[in-house]
Write a protein that binds this ligand. Structure first.
Ligand SMILES: Cc1cc2nc3c(=O)[nH]c(=O)nc-3n(C[C@H](O)[C@H](O)[C@H](O)COP(=O)(O)OP(=O)(O)OC[C@H]3O[C@@H](n4cnc5c(N)ncnc54)[C@H](O)[C@@H]3O)c2cc1C
Length: 398
């Protein structure tokens, strides 16, 4: 829609072919239905994939301020909210309704005379001399001078992005960096998972690949029956999945009490042991971690649940302090495309110009998640959709 709006605003006849019954269905699910449409403290260096440098360069041309200005102009004022990480601020529509964002984009398309054809799935794009011929599953053919492929990746296929865009590009000789799920939950066989399932806790999450720390994130971790979820886990998932596919050992280490150094934590626990004296061992962690976690953490440190605090040994107390800061989960897999937010992989940067035009065939452009660019949670991926849509739309219109 952003590509179409930009092209139509430049005065060219523009048409959208959408396989689903409605434009922009995925927008409705973004930001838990509130649409985190960009990020006030967006750091372009955080984009990943072969197109990361193109993304960083183009975001200077159509940046966060341009996005906020654009949405304001089409009737969607925005607000910034501090993220769970605390060090950046995520931007939402002021009404906190993703449906308003989707609708305003659609209305703007209509205002500019973009012709919209829903329930038209593109099954082939061919080029004959200077013209493209686009054929839909419904048997309709369209002819045009330029085509912008914005079919998304493979994530969340129920919103329409089923990966079919890759085949359309491959027909022109494009290669595809193997699409992998990103911004999703991680799966672990650890025996800790079933006993911690349903608990949420703020923590520092470290991704350890072959024994070295590869990434670190802060935020609310959700412990589940199958593994780990929550925004800090999503943030590291793309790297975790790449490492797993390369056959590397992947571990997630969780620090539940990062505020103190290990020795200070041990001293605090020792003080608590004395203060709680004859009260049962479970009271040692009262107020430090979610109550439901206590039996599992005590068991892991070899402390029986109902013994008095005074009977906890020095070694067990040390082990408990260590575990509170080093809860480790060996990662076996990640949730698949059905349950992740973004695709990492896609059309490689080496096959597109800085104008997002194909280097294989003139007149074919790409925008959005179909390109090999992915960003962290916090509005990065929609910002890439707006920026690349704006760029491809303006260039194709030329
Ligand atoms: C649950 C969820 C929450 C998210 N939350 C956020 C968030 O808060 N902030 C953020 O920045 N990002 C978020 N994202 C990511 C963001 O939504 C995507 O990166 C973004 O929508 C990608 O835009 P796109 O236009 O490239 O692709 P898509 O939004 O996937 O759109 C592609 C469109 O192309 C259509 N299509 C596909 N193939 C064909 C074909 N062959 N013919 C015709 N039409 C076709 C599809 O039906 C679809 O409508 C979230 C994603 C999910 C799944």
């Amino acid at each position: 829609m952003m590509a179409a709006i930009t092209a139509a605003a430049a005065g060219v006849q523009t048409e959208i072919l959408e396989s689903g019954p409605v434009l922009g269905k995925k927008i409705l699910s973004t930001g838990n239905g509130r649409c985190n449409l960009t990020n006030a403290s967006l750091d372009p260096a955080l984009y990943q994939g072969s197109g990361a440098r193109i993304a960083a360069a183009l975001i200077k041309e159509f940046n966060v301020r341009d996005t906020v200005g654009f949405f304001d102009k089409i009737g969607i004022p925005t607000v910034a909210a501090a993220s769970a990480r605390g060090n950046d601020s995520w931007i939402y529509p002021a009404c906190k309704e993703a449906s308003a964002v989707r609708k305003a984009l659609e209305l703007e398309c209509e205002r500019l005379g973009v012709s919209i054809l829903t329930d038209h799935k593109v099954i082939s794009v061919e080029k004959f001399e200077k013209e493209f011929v686009i054929t839909t599953r419904e048997g309709v053919r369209f002819v045009s001078d330029r085509v912008i492929l914005t079919t998304g990746g493979k994530a969340f296929p129920k919103s329409g992005s089923d990966g079919s865009g890759y085949e359309l590009a491959a027909a022109f000789g494009h290669s595809i960096v193997s699409p992998l799920p990103a911004l999703g939950a991680l799966i672990s066989d650890s025996a800790l998972c079933p006993s911690l399932a349903g608990i949420r806790s703020d923590a520092i999450v470290s991704l350890i690949v072959n024994r070295s720390i590869a990434a670190e994130e802060t935020g609310e971790v959700q412990f589940t029956e199958y593994g780990l979820s929550g925004i800090p886990v999503f943030q590291i998932s793309s790297r975790a999945v790449r490492a797993l596919t390369e056959g590397k050992q992947v571990t997630v280490r969780i620090n539940l009490i990062p505020a103190w150094k290990l020795n200070d934590l041990y001293l605090k626990l020792s003080e608590r042991k004395v203060r709680r004296g004859l009260h049962e061992s479970g009271t040692l962690l009262l107020g430090l971690v979610p109550d439901k976690m206590v039996p599992t953490l005590l068991k892991l440190a070899g402390i029986r649940l109902h013994i008095p605090c005074s009977e906890i040994s020095r070694d067990a107390l040390m082990k408990l302090a260590y575990n509170l800061q080093n809860l480790e989960f060996e990662i076996n897999d990640a949730k698949d495309f059905d349950a992740c937010q973004v695709t990492s992989g896609g059309i490689p940067a080496s096959e597109v110009s800085l104008n997002l035009e194909s280097l294989k065939v003139r007149g074919l452009y790409f925008a959005g998640e179909i390109l090999d660019v992915d960003g962290p949670c916090g509005g990065y991926n929609l910002q890439w959709a707006w920026t690349s849509g704006w760029k491809a739309g303006s260039e194709a219109a030329k």
